[in-house]
Structures are given as structure tokens and as C-alpha cells.
Design a protein around this ligand. Structure first.
Ligand code: JFZ
Length: 483
């Protein structure tokens, strides 16, 4: 897997020390909901809406390449776009009736996969609300389906012990007052004001209707009109937090009065966690500056909503996702894997397979994932390091051909491995401190021997117990603890 293209982001702005009135409203939180967030480890994203009826095509004609992504199919333009396309799309609510949809089956599958939170699209850019919103005519209530899908998802996942975050697109192609440019005339301003009120009302309505909601995942907040509404969004964030203490809000909601998004002009995070890691992951732990974060990832290259014809498009495997998951955990973040059910409400066969395979691995290696975060050790090409107080986990993605898993510890550290074993089976592994004779390198090297007869179909986790320096593995009885 190549990493160079999607591990970086725009370099963080240097703090400008500007006067900022509409900056960050929260400092780093350590309350119970945020502590839970830090232990989620794995999440599930679900993109479902009118676009799911189409799967990226209409009457056999594919929109791939002519629309940005299948959930963006309303934006289909150019020679392949059907005549009167947006009018056709906007009437899809009349045929929205996902017959197989069973939120409890989704939730059971997510549970089996090991997901601890779900992010569900309550309203994507097309403006269609999956709950019977009182503030819009464009909702499930005006479809043959009629059911409150958001309610079903919230209840089903909550019953499985999975926390629910609601995805909400501010950008709305259906509201007459919506404009991407800053309105310049009185009529435009009046329409925009109505739009802002509608957005506020829908958000308060969601929190009111679904008190189990743990967080809000905002999207579509990049247009100049929204960016210019910093006073409104600042107040709205306060209101949402007052209404639901403990609510987790991502950094994609708003910006300060200088137009600085995600982080205010002085570098403070605009929300509870960094929400910009989308189909890309941080290149290093350092660049995160200690902020909480998650990374949301498609299984295909760039389809969040269902895509019927995926030919020629690489689909990530369970092995790819295990690699990404542990990479996120090694930097203290959560990985959120996206699912795009088809128009009948069913997950695709590939998604079913991923859920099962990922679930089996995650269950067997849970100790290395949920309560294990970033550890301050050198990175290793073998895979990813995670850890807790006295345990260190090495997820081996690239198995060394010499059969030695070698880790480098600072010479002045106070803890070294005293025993090692395979996490999944408990098989004890020979461990030794090795003098590799590098001149001027005072580091301490610990070698774990991977037995030649050991085989694993996927990445495997070596668990190391750390102990006080001096009581280290030079003492044979400590190494033999598990033998
Ligand atoms: C947005 C949506 O447009 C898309 O349809 C999907 O819902 C996704 C989860 O979110 O797409 C984005 C938004 C932000 C970035 C990239 C894609 N970004 O900040 O890099």
C-alpha cells in the first residue's frame, strides 16, 4: 500500500496571535464521554440516503467520473448526465422504500465487527432528512418508507452498546435559502437567515428527539456563506453544548472570524477532536499536537454511498483495514470504516466479508486496540506499536525474514520488556536484550524471536510485559514467565 499520497495534510498554520473573538470554546476535555471516545478504537460510518437508490448510475448509465462520488450523484454534469437530472433526483423521495432495511441487523454486525461508535448520515448534501423533521417537507415522512430511520438506528446501536454520532451536512441542495456565496442583496440575505434558522432548528430537533446521541459529525461547512456566519455558528455551538452537556463536536463545524477552519487563528482546535482526517491519515503522532482525532475511511477509493459497479476500483481488504486501524491506534486515534448499504438497505457482500474478518481479528487482539494508545518509542517498519501502562503491543504487518522482532528503547528509560508472547494464543516467545554493536548508539535493543514454525494468515500481535530496568530480561526467570 502506498502511503505518501494520503498521509499528509495542509501544514498547520503557525499561531498568529491574532485577536480571536469567535475562537475555540473548549479546552481539552477529560470527562467521561471524551475518555470513552479515546477508547472507541474502531467505528463504523454509514452513508445512506436517496443516492443509495442509484448506486452511482441511472438507467444503466454510470456517473463515475462525471460526478465526484456516488453520494454526490445529484451533481452529475456533462454529456452523460440525464436530461433534467436534478429534477429527477429531487423526486427520489417518492420512491425511497428500502425494503430490506433492518437497523438491528446493521447494529449486530457492527457489534460483531468490534465497532464502538457509529456515525450515521441524518442528512447529506441533497437535504433529504432521514428523520421526520418538522422543519422540512423533504424527509422520510414524505416517502413510501415513512419510518424514522434515524430513530431506528439510534435505538438499535444504543441497544448494542454502540455510541451514536449523527452526521449532518450543513450544505443543503434542497433548501431555497441555501447559497454557497455570501449573499449580497436583501432577498439573498433573508433566504440565508431562514436557512440558518432551519439548520439550528434541525440540530436542536435531532438532540431533542434522540437524547442517546453522543456526538455530532458535521460536514459541508466549507462554503463562503457558512464561513462568513462565524458569529451564528459560535453561538450555535454554545447552544448545542448547553443543551447536551458532554456532547462531542468535531472540528469541522465552524471557523473563526478570520476564516480559519478546524483550528482558530491561534492554533486552538475548534471542537473536541480533529475531524479533518478523511481518506488520509496523519504522517506522525507529533503533527497532531496532542489533539484527539479519528480517521474516516472508505473501503473503495472514494465512494461513501453505495456504488453498484466497482470494477477497476481497488477495494480495501480486511488486512488493509487492520493495518490502518493499528496505525491509527499507534497515533492515539480511532479508525472509522465506511459502509454504504444499497437501495434495499443491505450491506454489500464485500462489506459483510470485511465486517466478519475484521471482527474476528479485532476480537482476538482487543487488548492491543481499545485500551492501548500511543507509546513514545521509535517507529518500526514491522508494523505498529500500541500500549498501556505496563504492556506494549507490536502488531506485525511486515514479518522480518530473519525471525527477529527488534525494538529500540531509549538508554535512559526506566522500563524494558521482561517477557513476550503471542497475544492471540498466549505462546511464550524468547526475548533478549541484544548488543548489536552500533558505535555511538546508546539505545537498548530488545529482540523477540518469532518461531520459525509460527504461521499467521494476517497481521499478528506480540505482547510485551514491561518491567523496571535492572529487573529486565537479563534475568532468565523473568523471560520464562510464560514458558
Ligand atoms: C464529505 C462529503 O462531501 C462526502 O460525500 C462524504 O460524506 C464525506 C464523509 O465528507 O467529503 C469531504 C469533506 C471534506 C474533505 C474531503 C471530503 N476534506 O476536508 O478533505
Amino acid at each position: 500500500m502506498t502511503t505518501s499520497l494520503w498521509t499528509t495534510r495542509q501544514p498547520m498554520k503557525e499561531p498568529a496571535s491574532l485577536p480571536v473573538r469567535y475562537g475555540s470554546l473548549v479546552a481539552r476535555r477529560d470527562d467521561e464521554p471524551m475518555q470513552r471516545f479515546r477508547r472507541y478504537g474502531l467505528g463504523q460510518f454509514i452513508h445512506f440516503g436517496l443516492y443509495s437508490l442509484l448506486g452511482g448510475e441511472y438507467e444503466g448509465v454510470s456517473a463515475t467520473g462525471a460526478a465526484p462520488a456516488p453520494e454526490w450523484i445529484r451533481a452529475w454534469r456533462g454529456p452523460t448526465a440525464p436530461e433534467s437530472w436534478t429534477e429527477i433526483y429531487d423526486r427520489l423521495n417518492e420512491s425511497f422504500d428500502p425494503a430490506e432495511l433492518d437497523a438491528r441487523a446493521w447494529a449486530r454486525q457492527a457489534k460483531q465487527m468490534g465497532a464502538r461508535y457509529v456515525i450515521f448520515t441524518t442528512k447529506h448534501h441533497d437535504g433529504f432528512a432521514l428523520w421526520p423533521s418538522e422543519h422540512s417537507g423533504y424527509t422520510v415522512a414524505n416517502s413510501p418508507f415513512r419510518r424514522d430511520l434515524v430513530g431506528e438506528v439510534v435505538d438499535a446501536y444504543t441497544a448494542e452498546g454502540i455510541d451514536v454520532f449523527l452526521y449532518f451536512s450543513v450544505l443543503d441542495w434542497n433548501h431555497p435559502g441555501y447559497t454557497s456565496a455570501v449573499p449580497t442583496d436583501a432577498a439573498g440575505r433573508a433566504g440565508w437567515e431562514q436557512f440558518l434558522e432551519y439548520t439550528r432548528a434541525q440540530l436542536l430537533e435531532l438532540l431533542e428527539r434522540y437524547p442517546a446521541t453522543k456526538g455530532l459529525w458535521f460536514d459541508g461547512t466549507w462554503d463562503p456563506s457558512w464561513v462568513a456566519s462565524h458569529e451564528f455558528t459560535h453561538r450555535l455551538e454554545q447552544e448545542l453544548r448547553e443543551k447536551r452537556p458532554g456532547l462531542i463536536i468535531g472540528s469541522r463545524f465552524r471557523n473563526d472570524e478570520h476564516g480559519s477552519r478546524h483550528f482558530d487563528s491561534n492554533g486552538a482546535l475548534l471542537g473536541d477532536y480533529e475531524q479533518g482526517w478523511e481518506r488520509k491519515l496523519p504522517a506522525s503522532h507529533e503533527m497532531l499536537g496532542g489533539n484527539d482525532w479519528d480517521g474516516v475511511m472508505t473501503i473503495g477509493p472514494n465512494a461513501w454511498g453505495w456504488l453498484r459497479d466497482t470494477s477497476g476500483q481497488y477495494q480495501k481488504t480486511a488486512d488493509d483495514l487492520i493495518d490502518l486501524l493499528m496505525r491509527c491506534r499507534s497515533m492515539g486515534g480511532n479508525l472509522v470504516v465506511n459502509f454504504g448499504p444499497d437501495g434495499s438497505g443491505r450491506m454489500t457482500a464485500h462489506e459483510d466479508e470485511i465486517a466478519e474478518q475484521l471482527g474476528a481479528w479485532v476480537t482476538a487482539n482487543a487488548d492491543a486496540i481499545y485500551d492501548a494508545g500511543h507509546v513514545d518509542l521509535d517507529r518500526t517498519g514491522m508494523g505498529w506499536l500500541t500500549g498501556g501502562d505496563d504492556r506494549l503491543f507490536l502488531t506485525v504487518v511486515n514479518r522480518p525474514v530473519n525471525g527477529i522482532a527488534r525494538l529500540r528503547f531509549p538508554a535512559d528509560g526506566d522500563r524494558l520488556p521482561v517477557a513476550a508472547r503471542m497475544l492471540e494464543t498466549g505462546r511464550a516467545l524468547e526475548t533478549r536484550i541484544t548488543d548489536i554493536g552500533y558505535d555511538l548508539d546508546a539505545a537498548v535493543y530488545c529482540d523477540v524471536v518469532i518461531p520459525a514454525d509460527f504461521s499467521a494468515p494476517r497481521a499478528f500481535v506480540i505482547e510485551l510485559i514491561l518491567g523496571e530496568t535492572g529487573a529486565g530480561p537479563a534475568k532468565a526467570e523473568r523471560i520464562d514467565a510464560w514458558q
